[in-house]
Design a protein around this ligand. Structure first.
Ligand code: 5RP
Length: 243
């Protein structure tokens, strides 16, 4: 008799799950369009897959210098945001996504440009492996892009919310974003009302971008699971007033 354990399909690695959703995202790329492209290891899988459609799309708007380089290396034209009106679709990863399509992003320090391109797009398709799906946002340290002279005061403001903010380093120096600013990673937060939280923190002087994507939420998530790709669709947000 066969050992039952040998009948169970082997679990896919996180890297394989990223490839799975990167390829699945091609179904949301409309020929003849310029598409929005995010940043990160999952998006890198999408960019690799996109090479097969390079002759069918006009090009891409990219959310980082790193993605721009990858796209150009594959012969895909990259446009500036200011050269295009609306984008049909924006495809990007996430550090966390909840069951409403709200996300934490910025693990790759590209959150500001990601939010800009997302805002310019009709539809945000998030691609992620199943480890990114959470009940409440805040387990992943929240990235916030900050003007350096405001770092100390912003850290104090997060402390009042129960958070602990630390400047992200690259070697021994503060990491600099593509925009020349710094990133603070904030732990200890439990973000129950992402819309209100994003509105509140975005107003603090010196905050360039907070890594909560609630106003620019995903409409769809392609979630890589060992059983295959699960497609999660999210309804439009119910706006709650900022405190
Ligand atoms: C970059 C991001 C990425 O989308 C996020 O960090 C997920 O990255 P990965 O696909 O490598 O897990 O927000 O700023």
């Amino acid at each position: 008799m066969k050992n039952p354990a040998t009948c169970i399909p082997p679990a896919l690695s996180q890297d394989q799950l990223k490839t799975l959703v990167g390829v699945a995202a091609l179904a949301y790329v409309q020929p003849g369009e310029i598409i929005g492209v995010g940043t990160g290891s999952t998006v890198n899988k999408f960019i690799e897959a996109l090479a097969s459609m390079r002759g069918e799309i006009k090009g891409a708007v990219s959310s980082s210098l790193a993605s721009t380089e990858r796209l150009k290396a594959l012969g895909i034209a990259v446009f500036d945001c200011n050269e295009v009106d609306e984008l049909a679709v924006y495809i990007d990863g996430a550090d966390e996504i909840d069951e409403r399509g709200y996300m934490i992003k910025g693990g790759g320090a590209a959150l500001t440009r990601e939010k800009i391109v997302a805002a310019q797009s009709r539809r945000f398709v998030c691609i992620a492996d199943e480890s990114k799906l959470v009940r409440n946002l805040g387990r992943f340290a929240l990235p916030v892009e900050v003007i350096p002279m405001a770092a100390r005061r912003i850290a104090q403001q997060f402390a009042r919310l129960g958070g602990h903010a630390q400047v992200r380093l690259s070697g021994e120096q503060p990491l600099r974003t593509d925009n020349g600013q710094i990133i603070m990673d904030v732990t200890g937060l439990n973000i129950l009302d992402p819309l209100a939280f994003e509105s509140q923190v975005s107003q603090w002087p010196g905050v360039v971008t907070v890594g909560v994507f609630a106003h620019q939420k995903a409409q769809l998530c392609l979630l890589g699971c060992s059983a295959g790709v699960r497609t999660l669709s999210f309804a439009d947000p119910v706006h709650s007033p900022a405190p």
